[in-house]
Design a protein around this ligand. Sequence first.
Ligand code: FAD
Length: 379
Amino acid sequence: MTDICIIGGGAAGMTAAICAKEADPALDVLILEKKNRLGRKILATGNGKCNLSNRACPGCGETLDFFERLGLVTRTDPAGRVYPYTEEAGAVQGALTARLQQLSVRADTCAEVISVEKKDRGFRIHLANGEIEAEKLLIACGGKAGPSFGSTGDGFRFARSLGHRVKKLIPVLTAADVKENVEKLAGIRAKGAAALYFQDKEIFRETGEIQFTKTGISGICVFDLSRYLLIPEGKSLENGFDDYRIGLDFFPDMDEEELEQLLIRRQLAGLDGEKLLRYLVRGPVGAMILESSKGDVKTTAKLLKDFPLSPAAVRGWDFAQVTKGGVPLDEVDAETCQSRLIEGLYFAGEVLDYDGPCGGYNLQHAWETGMRAGREMAK
Ligand SMILES: Cc1cc2nc3c(=O)[nH]c(=O)nc-3n(C[C@H](O)[C@H](O)[C@H](O)COP(=O)(O)OP(=O)(O)OC[C@H]3O[C@@H](n4cnc5c(N)ncnc54)[C@H](O)[C@@H]3O)c2cc1C
């Protein structure tokens, strides 16, 4: 019988183990991680730089204090995104694993939990090659996004088996495929804004770099847009995106009228036909717009401000960074991360029904809930 068993040695699980052991060094804390090393996903975050938090998050200060204790120095970019000072995700993973070792937290890797059950006292955790009993259990298995890093949705199965509900799981922070043929634009990056309309009403807009793929669009602003591109209840993948439209604005700093005047001035200066958009947008983007506008200046200005694309799908779990949905927040005490249904059961990280935008919000949530659960379990 171990005091605390943590399923999942990711961001939330490692943080929880550290905080529990720091609170009470006498506790026996065991992490069960199915991959061959802890924190595998952390290494892939932020394009290998690990955007670990955001200054806009209320809990950011606590996270920075936590990492400072671990010896990790951070830097913040002008947008408030926090990174390790050396911009190496390995520094974050390394600081966490070093502290776990220093605290003598037991961590079993290549230890995949198959199922869990509630006993009269504590929990029984079944592994492929044995079982473990624990007084307190933390489910920190992550979601379903990025399954190659170990998060394949097991935590949801465990939560259900213990009587919890799981809200619909959707891959978010991912690229969008569109119905239009954009193959010729593949590889092009354009500064601009991506807007999303539902039944012609704007529901999302963000400025950033739009990256064209063979089948659609990607980039941070598109990732953030994907959190709102949800198949409505009762619809399927076939018709689920029919009420949505994406609008690309290649000139967020100018309004349509100003753009039209600019194009008229260019025409008067002899820049007409295919030259009209030269050096204003990248060649293939200009060609696509002029093909639709037939060179009409008013229509060209309109399309530069709002180029319509029809979403066909979002890229799935292998491409998504985060899971929308999960264990409902009203079934878990927000202060302690303890289940409201079962005493001694805790949840932290992406297994919970939380998803944030790009920019460090999701890791922040994992550290924050991990800290709370860890300290609470130690009580
Ligand atoms: C490519 C990529 C880039 C990202 N970049 C950022 C970023 O820069 N900033 C940001 O804020 N967020 C980013 N995210 C999201 C962020 O990484 C996650 O939200 C966060 O890691 C969730 O932490 P977690 O501990 O809940 O889950 P995870 O980090 O997914 O950890 C869960 C762990 O549980 C283990 N596990 C699962 N099932 C079992 C089982 N049955 N038995 C034993 N172990 C099990 C897994 O192997 C895994 O190690 C990114 C995600 C991806 C995929």
